[in-house]
Design a protein around this ligand. Structure first.
Ligand SMILES: [Ca+2]
Ligand SMILES: [Ca+2]
Length: 433
């Protein structure tokens, strides 16, 4: 192997344990892409290639019933002898636990209860044991309408000692809109609800623009205590590439909203310093895998929904490239035309309309471990993605009969779903046996 200067640097960084290697030669990129393509093809078997150009073809898996009438089989990976695992089909039963009004996001409290946001601006506490739904007062006023309102809810990593929660929501300024993130202290009460105080606004979308779409405003903490925010392109396209604003970006902040000094664009100052990655459209799901890698999906336009591996400083292409078309059919160059932009690890045409995501790590469903579970809005399904290193492909799709807005993993390893819209139910998925 002929070692170029950059290859040497690549090796040096890899040996130094750097997990965010940004130096990659074009031949290394081609090798990596080819290996990931092979791995993806192995993951999704049988692969159905769409009639569109190969570049646009997304690996697709038939509905579970078409794979096997009674059971879906898979082989385990790892170093040991391969063994067959048979899953029931579907591999879960779904139990409604509560009914809500336009629920949008949820997260578990340490006591096993759930915080659930409702889009019009209310925060609920659901007790899964009883189905009882309480109300949390003190939530900031939200601008409700279109795709906006009250958004995500997550706990501070030290919630057990500081009771801090984080909420995202939309605010209005005159005729303009933008998402903000607040943190607050939650005090539960004996009536099954509670109240917020010490409400502090720590982040906002810049600039505010007209319209009420593509806020994204999904939140996550990583293992090191950094706060991650997805910020959609607000349906304005070009801002996703414009570093004078933070629209169409994935952002990394300290827990108090300040900017970490080691962010990739920290030396640019302003809101650019918040940016980890750019070129995103409407990312409505982010999750870390067991190796600490960050994954985010985003809605494509007409076709081209994406699942991306989020790497420091990279550009994910929107609106320069997309594996979908503009609404109405006007073409957008595919990702393959711009190898300098980071391509999705898997994508969907026709779209699934992804919302919410967990990467499963529980014990209740041993065969789910390491797989991503994505809510499908237009597809009205729970979409299961399997990984092979950094390759990914849809593995199964479970029809749910309703738009699925949010997915969570419970403390006992059950999967929890929120249906979208008025009367959206909270569903608990457990093994069918
Ligand atoms: Ca959640
Ligand atoms: Ca992209």
């Amino acid at each position: 192997m002929r070692l170029t200067w950059s290859a040497c640097l690549f090796l040096a960084l890899a040996l130094a344990g750097c997990d965010e290697v940004v130096v990659e030669t074009s031949s290394q990129r081609e090798e990596r892409t080819a290996a990931e393509t092979r791995a993806r093809q192995q993951l999704a078997s049988p692969v159905v290639v769409s009639r569109r150009s190969p570049e646009r073809a997304a690996p697709q898996v038939p509905a579970p019933a078409a794979v096997a009438p009674a059971a879906a089989e898979r082989a385990t990976g790892g170093n040991g002898p391969r063994r067959r695992i048979v899953e029931p089909d579907p591999p879960f039963r779904s139990t409604p636990v509560a009914t809500l009004d336009e629920p949008w996001a949820m997260t578990f409290l340490p006591d096993g209860r759930l915080l659930v946001t409702q889009k019009a601006g209310s925060l609920r506490i659901v007790d899964p044991a009883t189905g009882r739904v309480g109300t949390v007062s003190g939530v900031p006023a939200v601008a409700y309408g279109g795709q906006g309102g009250l958004g995500d809810v997550i706990l501070h990593p030290q919630y057990a000692s500081n009771r801090r929660i984080y909420l995202s929501h939309v605010e209005r300024s005159g005729s303009l809109y933008g998402a903000v993130v607040v943190r607050a202290r939650l005090t539960p009460d004996s009536a099954g609800g509670g109240h917020l105080d010490m409400v502090e606004r720590i982040w906002e979308q810049v600039p505010k623009v007209g319209g009420q779409g593509h806020f994204s405003h999904r939140l996550a903490f990583d293992a090191g205590g950094k706060l991650w925010i997805t910020s959609g392109d607000r349906q304005k396209f070009d801002p996703a590439q414009d570093m004078s604003g933070n629209l169409g970006k994935i952002l990394r902040l300290n827990a108090d909203g300040s900017v970490p000094a080691d962010n990739p664009f920290a030396n640019q100052g302003g809101v650019a310093a918040q940016v980890w990655t750019r070129g995103h459209r409407n990312p409505l799901g982010i999750a870390f895998d067991a190796e600490g890698r960050l994954w985010a999906h985003e809605m494509g336009p007409e076709g081209g929904d994406e699942l991306n591996l989020i790497l420091r400083g990279r550009n994910y292409g929107w609106p320069l490239v997309s594996n979908g078309n503009h609404y109405g059919g006007a073409p957008i160059p595919d990702h393959g035309t711009r190898p300098d932009l980071e391509a999705p690890k898997t994508w969907w045409t026709p779209v699934i309309a992804p919302a919410g995501m967990v990467i499963y790590s529980g014990n209740l469903f041993p065969t789910f471990r390491g797989d991503a579970f994505i809510g499908g809005l237009a597809s009205q399904a729970l979409v299961r993605v399997r990984f092979n290193g950094t390759a990914a492909a849809e593995y199964r799709r479970y029809p749910m009969g309703r738009r699925i807005r949010e997915v969570e993993q419970g403390p006992d390893g059950a999967l929890w779903l929120l249906e979208d819209g008025a009367g959206g139910r909270l569903l608990r998925l457990t093994p069918p046996g």
